[in-house]
Design a binder for this molecule. Sequence first.
Ligand SMILES: *Cc1c(COP(=O)(O)O)cnc(C)c1O
Length: 377
Amino acid sequence: MSANFAVPAPFNPPRRTLMGPGPSDVYPSVLQALAKPTIGHLDPLFIQMMDELKSMLQQVLRTDNAMTSAISAPGSAGMEACFSNLVEPGDTVLVCVNGVFGTRMLENVERCGGNAVVVNDDWGKAVDPQKVEDALKQNPNVRIVAFVHAETSTGARSDAKTLCALAKQHNCLSIVDTVTSLGGIELLVDDWGIDALYSGSQKCLSCVPGLSPVSFSAAAVDKIQSRTSKVQSWFLDQTLLMAYWAGDGKRSYHHTAPVNALYGLHEALRLLCEEGLENAWQRHTERHLELRAGLEAMGLQFVVEESSRLPQLNTVYIPDGVDDAQVRSTLLNEYNLEIGAGLGEFAGKAWRIGLMGYSANRANIALCLKALSEALA
Ligand SMILES: *Cc1c(COP(=O)(O)O)cnc(C)c1O
């Protein structure tokens, strides 16, 4: 430690427009909610707030699952929560990989001591249900099917309803990554029979990063309760966490909830419920069509074919001869606009333009089209 350490000035972030793969622009009233007074996490009024938050989560997930809560950590921790609770050493898990987040699911299965059966699809394509069905027939010992509903690394949407039905037909549970889908496209947890899902606060919910909604079906709870070994992660063990989230007045200390962050999620969910879930899906589709018209008029081409394109994550090829990093830094420095770089196979080859939650509005689209056309000229 240096003796002449200088205390930095307070941090003052610029006001950016966030049109990348997350975080998205945060609703102003969510930012205001974060600045409200911190109270104790076992304060009866805080517990009441958490109960409301849980019932709003059940609403927007379209589920009656009692085991529905928000992990006090980002989407990646929600992913770990699903895998570490449901995958016991020796379990065989079918993992669909069509982008970065599918490869992370595979990594989770292996770290939990599971045996993975991998179904690969090209990046930018949806998961192919036929391949999943073939793999399930060839591997009758599979107990869990895991896939990403909205692959943020590529902009592809997979058919969660069909994939979950296939899992059920083969007596498997499903684990679904809904980080980018929740609030942006149709997601019907109970109708589709999703057994375990995790999401994120900072994509189409337009809350700050750092919270991960999760939900487990009765069948998933059964599997967790009939485990022969303890969940390796104490922090993410759902049986302990649910005693904390249970609304029956018996709440006791597990960890200190991120009190103010949960005020923010409460407000973001309130806004989504007020708008109406179907209206929010519709808004994402409409704004996507408007953005798409402008991008195509500029000569930019979409990576994902129309039938499996995500409205909230628009991946376009970078035109030949264009300097990727230079364009993105022009957007950031001259327009205060963030768009996403390509990830994995698409690094340097594509841009990812997010229209998530509060960011899915006409002013953002106009700014993005103007900034891109000027940067490309
Ligand atoms: C962003 C994202 C995650 C990870 O969420 P973090 O909050 O960054 O940990 C997982 N899956 C998908 C599909 C995502 O888009």
